[in-house]
Design a protein around this ligand. Structure first.
Ligand SMILES: Nc1nc2c(ncn2[C@@H]2O[C@H](COP(=O)(O)OP(=O)(O)O)[C@@H](O)[C@H]2O)c(=O)[nH]1
Ligand SMILES: [Mg+2]
Length: 259
């Protein structure tokens, strides 16, 4: 019997890196390609996301009430809301399965760092995806990645998110429309040719960074986890064909590299 898989795509990155708009644009792109898509909002604190969510954590936890009832600030309330959301993960998954979609786009919380480092993050991810094939899209914000030290620190955060979630991960250079073509090329090259990144760090960085940059780059080179960075603009809808190709390569690759 032919069993249809659902493919889960978790959109992750720091606050403001463009997760929600990318989710909206990727949904549009996939639907235009005749694929069915379910969009999941996992951000309890979002007011009006740029898409209409099929499944929404806000139906299970009330961020405003959590803030008020427990006397918490925005970050504390987010952490508490996510912890509470984990107890509803089976219901969220059931709602997702009922949509019978080809792709499930999961827009992760604004403060991704909090989500990734708490237990609720990985628990939520594994509960939502079940045994379905999954990957994460890690957004490197062009505003940050345009400098060598910004790129390196974003990369390292991506690596640590990768360690927490244990999913195959693609690096996306988000908001690429704000960069010049040659800037994009340079950033993409940093990912594949670490010596270029090292040179850029040497030219631009303070002494201390220069000293340990080499050690970090040697470490990155030896674990060989650097994948190509894919420039995408959710605003201009560019880069999606290449992104889709890379997602297919992971989902349909047929190997068990990530299991
Ligand atoms: N120029 C440009 N701006 C973008 C793009 N994607 C998102 N933004 C802007 O960046 C800000 C944060 O985007 P959002 O999707 O809410 O980020 P999130 O916090 O990661 O969900 C918003 O003002 C967006 O309009 C893009 O592709 N190009
Ligand atoms: Mg968002």
């Amino acid at each position: 019997m032919w069993v249809l898989s659902m493919f889960f795509i978790f959109v992750v990155g720091t606050a403001g890196s463009g997760k929600s708009l990318l989710t909206a644009s990727l949904e549009k792109w996939l639907v235009e390609s005749d694929l069915s898509v379910a969009v999941v909002n996992l951000d309890p604190g979002v007011e009006s996301p740029p898409y209409s969510a099929d499944v929404d954590i806000r139906e299970y936890v009330n961020y405003g009430e959590v803030m008020e009832n427990f006397g918490l600030g925005p970050n504390g309330a987010l952490v508490a809301s996510l912890d509470m959301g984990v107890s509803s993960v089976d219901d969220l998954r059931e709602e997702i399965v009922e949509t019978e979609s080809n792709y499930v786009l999961v827009d992760c919380p604004g403060q991704m760092e909090l989500f990734a480092y708490r237990n609720s993050g990985p628990l939520m991810v594994s509960g939502l995806r079940g045994d379905d094939p999954s990957l994460s899209l890690y957004l490197l914000d062009s505003n940050i990645a345009r400098t060598a030290s910004g790129y390196l620190s974003s990369m390292l955060l991506g690596l640590s998110i990768n360690i927490r979630f244990g999913l195959p991960q693609l690096s996306i250079l988000s908001k690429s429309d704000i960069l010049m073509e040659d800037e994009i090329e340079e950033i993409v090259q940093w990912g594949s040719e670490l010596h270029l990144l090292e040179e850029a760090l040497e030219q631009s960085s303070e002494g201390l960074v220069r000293e340990y940059a080499k050690a970090i780059l040697d470490m990155l080179g030896s674990i060989g986890t650097m994948s190509d960075t894919i420039p995408v603009s959710a605003k201009d809808m560019t880069g999606f064909d290449i992104l889709y190709g890379e997602m297919q390569r992971i989902f349909l690759g047929g190997d068990n590299l990530y299991e």
